[in-house]
Design a protein around this ligand. Structure first.
Ligand SMILES: C[S@@+](CC[C@H](N)C(=O)[O-])C[C@H]1O[C@@H](n2cnc3c(N)ncnc32)[C@H](O)[C@@H]1O
Length: 210
């Protein structure tokens, strides 16, 4: 069905090996902690509640959401089966009743509407082919007043002359800040003022479901 070099829609969204080296590194985990600290300081303390993490990879982010941000429960989802199997295996015993891992697609979240107090995106939406649909799904599963915490990067970073040839990402219909922020707004997700740190390479912020 797909030619020798053509990739299936799913393959286009998965990480290649150079990106895996980065994502599994202790430096990346330090960044996950840094973003959690930033979100907590700016949005306010969290005492319990149920968060969904999309594109959870090996599950380090989900652990940080419990241990450092204060969520009571985390449901974590990824498109790649191997990662879900490894994330379950690596889950510390004391968190096993508070974190659940699921195989699933962030373009079509397998959850009812208004289920979660928060949705967390640690840098996955730029991997998603239909990223607008992904944001509409995030809004759908959030309770009114729930928070979408996001860290995102733009083609200026992941598709530049140096990193572009090294990494694999979808190439059609990508976003920079204006498109990303306009799509949040169009889906009823209002930016939490003062939270946003943005540059030409990416954005860290939070938005509240109206
Ligand atoms: C750049 S990695 C980020 C991993 C982790 N969140 C982190 O920041 O360390 C992107 C992750 O998103 C997953 N992913 C890509 N497209 C997805 C989709 N449509 N639905 C769910 N997960 C997806 C990939 O399998 C990969 O684990």
């Amino acid at each position: 069905m797909f030619g020798k070099t053509a990739r299936s829609p799913k393959e286009q969204m998965l990480m290649n090996w150079p990106e895996r080296v980065w994502i599994y590194s202790p430096v990346r985990v330090a960044f996950l902690r840094l973003h959690a600290r930033r979100w907590k300081r700016l949005v306010g303390p969290i005492t319990g509640g149920h968060a969904l993490e999309i594109g959870c990879g090996l599950g380090k982010g989900a652990q940080i959401l419990i241990r450092r941000m204060g969520f009571g429960r985390v449901t974590a989802l990824d498109l790649e089966k191997t990662l879900i199997v490894l994330a379950r295996r690596k889950l510390p015993r004391d968190l096993s009743h508070r974190i659940s891992f699921f195989l699933g697609d962030a373009q079509d979240l397998p959850f009812p509407a208004a289920l979660f107090d928060a949705v967390v995106n640690y840098g996955i939406i730029h991997h998603v082919l239909d990223w607008r649909r992904c944001i509409s799904e995030i809004s759908r599963v959030l309770k009114p007043g729930g928070i979408f915490y996001f860290e995102e990067i733009y083609p200026a970073l992941y598709a530049n002359l140096i990193l572009g040839p090294l990494l694999r990402h979808p190439t059609e219909d990508r976003f920079h800040g204006p498109e990303f922020l306009a799509t949040l707004e169009a889906n009823g997700l209002g930016l939490v003022e003062g939270v946003r740190t943005t540059s030409r390479f990416g954005i860290v912020g939070a938005a509240r479901k109206k």
